[in-house]
Design a protein around this ligand. Structure first.
Ligand code: C6P
Length: 414
């Protein structure tokens, strides 16, 4: 889809060279070149990641932290190297603050279950925002139900930002759980600012970084958060992988919520004691191949300079915004000043599902529906949107193809 003319959008940023690393981009869909704009759901994987994962199975497949044999040692070293890569990537102060999970959902569920047990009493409050993904709503609802606490919500403005004048902190607030970047609106939230306010009140802070990890440089110490969850598969890594960062002192106090192998120190039939961090939170055999692939994905991103990728994606966002707004009756949901390359829109008289199906016929993959943010849909009075989410390998020509596809769809559907 791309030509040399639109690929070098920044000095030294060569989209063609990047695209060549993603085998899937050579696939045809309905006989058309694939235009993949569903990166917020899951990103595509560069060859290096696919190779790293399959090399584990082909050459060092063994369980980790369990055997003295050579393969187990090699597998353990490869997995733990990935942990160190991630530590350094998000600037955690210690490698045992990195817990492997199966994704953001698992990380937040771990946080909500364990923090609920540690902190929540009847009458306490958990604060979230109105733009959260269901994964950062439901686990807190469950925790509140279990402990007799109440969920309080930061309202969302018309542009799709937190209304910071209405943050419902009180002397019963115990936990703040917020997304760094909205998956539906693309809004980059002022998490550092809100975390600072929460910290002054002794509130524990949990960040859903699912949509930030693929696009932003994350520095957990600079943010000052207590816990930070993200998924590997949205950041060019394998599915079934994720990370929960936790500040050591808090992790030490948090109870484990899954029991099994690897998370124990001693077990008797009467009582068990827990392994040291991070293993206390990693019961059972982990997704070793995936974790190794995730480490490779992070190293791959680091080789390509996240700032340059973000600048490229921003160019795509600006172009898509300008061109889509030329379509009669089209409304963009999410017009914050600070956004990643995510654009959600609705069109008068056109159902998002029908539009998504027609775009697919042209080889263009977008997501349609509520994007697991039903309360946010209610806030904007829509049942769903069409969402395009960009990655480092997308091009201006692909955006133009989508805009042309939307125009064609509107003609057919209205
Ligand atoms: N959002 C989307 O299309 P998992 O499924 O555990 O990897 O991630 C859950 C999740 C949590 N928080 C945010 C902000 C997210 O965007 C997601 C996943 C995908 O928007 C799939 S629903």
């Amino acid at each position: 889809m791309s030509t040399k003319a639109d690929t070098v959008t920044k000095k030294g940023y060569d989209v063609e060279e990047l695209r060549a690393q993603f085998p899937i981009l050579k696939e045809l869909v309905h006989g058309k070149p694939l235009v993949y704009f569903d990166n917020a759901a899951t990103s595509q994987k560069p060859r290096r990641v696919i190779k790293a994962e399959s090399a584990y199975y082909a050459t060092i497949n063994a369980n980790v932290h369990r055997g003295v044999h050579t393969l187990s040692t090699k597998a353990t070293e490869a997995q733990e190297a990935a942990r160190e890569t991630i530590r350094q990537h998000i600037n955690a102060s210690a490698v045992h603050e990195i817990i492997f999970t199966s994704g953001t959902t698992a990380g937040i569920n771990l946080a909500a279950t364990s923090l609920g047990q540690l902190l929540l009493k009847k009458g306490d409050e958990v604060v979230i925002s109105g733009m959260e993904h269901h994964s950062n709503i439901v686990p807190w609802q469950l925790a509140c139900e279990r402990h007799g606490a109440t969920l309080k919500v930061i309202p969302i403005t018309d542009s799709g930002e937190w209304d910071l004048k209405q943050v419902p902190f009180s002397d019963r607030s115990r936990i703040l759980a917020i997304s760094h970047v909205s998956n539906t609106l693309g809004t980059i939230n002022p998490v550092k600012k809100l975390i600072a306010q929460a910290k002054k009140k002794g509130i524990v802070t949990v960040v859903d970084g699912a949509q930030a990890a693929p696009h932003l440089k994350i520095d957990v110490q600079d943010l000052g958060c207590d816990l930070y969850a993200f998924s590997g598969h949205k950041a060019y890594g394998p599915t079934g992988t994720g990370v929960l960062y936790g500040r050591e002192e808090l992790l030490e106090r948090m109870p484990p919520c899954q029991g099994g192998g690897e998370m124990i120190d001693t077990v008797t039939l009467e009582k068990s004691t827990w392994a040291k961090l991070p293993f206390k939170f990693e019961a059972g055999t982990p997704h070793i191949a995936g974790i190794i692939g995730l480490g490779e994905a992070i190293r791959w991103m680091q080789d390509y300079d996240l700032d340059a990728m973000a600048a490229h994606e921003h160019t795509l966002l600006e172009h898509a915004t300008k061109e889509l707004l030329t379509i009669d009756g089209l409304r963009i949901i999410g017009t914050a000043k600070e956004k990643v390359g995510v654009i959600s829109f609705v069109i008068e008289g056109v159902h998002h599902y029908d539009l998504g199906t027609l775009l697919d016929q042209q080889g263009i993959a977008v997501r349609t529906g509520h994007h697991c943010t039903q309360p946010l849909m209610d806030r904007f009075g829509v049942s769903g949107t069409t969402r395009a989410s960009f990655a480092c390998f997308n091009t201006i020509m692909e955006v133009d193809a989508m805009v042309a596809g939307v125009k064609k769809g509107v003609k057919m559907l209205r």
